[in-house]
Design a protein around this ligand. Structure first.
Ligand SMILES: [Zn+2]
Length: 352
């Protein structure tokens, strides 16, 4: 009788020590993988999130008839909105789906129980909550229920491409959301996978260029009152490459930007490449690009009528804007550029 509590006492600290060691090991592993991975990937979940997401899209796709890439596009758009609005759209711990639906929309605006999980009463109160997991409950913290609820709303219109766009518009009442989701869908459909997060530096390694942080610098060459971007100085004709997977959104002349091209990526970031001497001719708005793909050449176009050039030294003006749903905010691309440059230099060293 006396020995057993003694044993238990002895075992307790050992277990605790083992648990502590396991935690320490996990922390060390995390630290090791964090330092090995490029800094730009830091915001990504530490584990590979894509297999679980793909499984969810396939499952909800079977239940609704929506294609996996359309579901992936909606889900990713939702995820980017949550990243842009972390306080009003809190991300769930361990979430697979990026969908966020406010309680009153889920349960119905007049539902006295905003945590209602009964599909029947939610329907009575005109909430959009659904049971997508098959457990009889419509739970707005359940990945399958959330994505299924959105899919059902979007599918109300029908199942053609036009119906999909109309359904998405009916759900968001925001044409930008429709455009984003169609762009994302095209990217997933074209490349056939979810993992499209690779990035590269805009100019090829091995070319001669120079840049420094010019964020908010009035002396920057960009045309904006406050300089929104980074100027990368290089000679005429140095290739300019897409830094990300993306869809060409704009291509043409802009008074200040000169020949410029705008590309949307799956993080809902708009990458702006300005003052080009020319474009890769085959590219047109709506086309998809991959990281490293040639999009044009360094020049000094801009600050005047179409074709104006030579009013400043040749350079690439590179800007990045985050879509926040209704407006876009510029942020300083300099840290991203440094990370992409270092990551590429590291991988070139490894492979040479
Ligand atoms: Zn500039």
């Amino acid at each position: 009788m006396q020995k057993q509590p003694g044993k238990a006492r002895g075992r307790g600290p050992l277990l605790r020590r083992l648990a502590a060691a396991a935690t320490l090991a996990a922390v060390l592993l995390d630290a090791a993988s964090a330092s090995a991975a490029p800094r730009a990937a830091k915001s990504e979940a530490p584990q590979n999130p894509y297999p679980a997401r793909r499984e969810l899209y396939d499952r909800i796709g079977l239940a609704t008839g929506l294609a996996w890439y359309d579901l992936a596009a909606i889900d990713q758009y939702e995820r980017t909105m949550s990243r842009a609005h972390p306080r009003t759209r809190p991300l769930r711990e361990g979430a697979v789906s990026g969908v966020y639906i406010p309680p009153e929309r889920w349960a119905g605006p007049l539902n006295p129980d905003e945590n209602d999980k009964q599909p029947l009463s939610i329907r009575v109160f005109q909430g959009i909550g659904q049971d997508g997991s098959g457990d009889g409950r419509a739970d707005r913290t359940n990945d399958a229920d959330l994505l299924y609820a959105v899919a059902r709303r979007v599918m109300v219109q029908g199942s053609t491409r036009d119906d999909f766009a109309i359904g998405v518009w009916e759900y968001y009442h925001n044409t930008r959301a429709v455009q984003r989701i169609q762009q994302f869908s095209k990217l997933y459909r074209t490349f056939g996978k979810l993992d499209l997060v690779q990035h590269v530096f805009p100019l090829p390694q091995g070319t001669v260029y120079a840049y420094r942080s010019t964020w908010g610098n009035r002396r920057g060459w960009g045309g904006a009152r406050i300089h929104e971007g980074t100027d990368i100085f290089a000679g005429y004709g140095v290739p300019v490459r897409s830094t990300s997977y993306g869809v060409v959104e704009i291509k043409g002349w802009n008074r200040y930007g000169g020949w410029r091209i705008g590309i949307r990526d799956l993080d809902n970031l708009y990458h702006y490449y300005a003052h080009l001497s020319g474009f890769e001719k085959s590219l047109k708005p709506g086309d998809v690009v991959r990281p490293g793909q040639l999009i044009g050449w360094v020049g000094s176009s801009g600050y005047g009528k179409p074709g104006t050039q030579g009013k400043f030294p040749p350079h690439l003006h590179y800007g990045v804007y985050r879509d926040r749903g209704l407006v876009e905010w510029a942020f300083d691309p300099y840290p991203l550029l440094r990370n992409w440059e270092r990551a590429e230099q590291r991988s070139l060293r490894v492979h040479s």
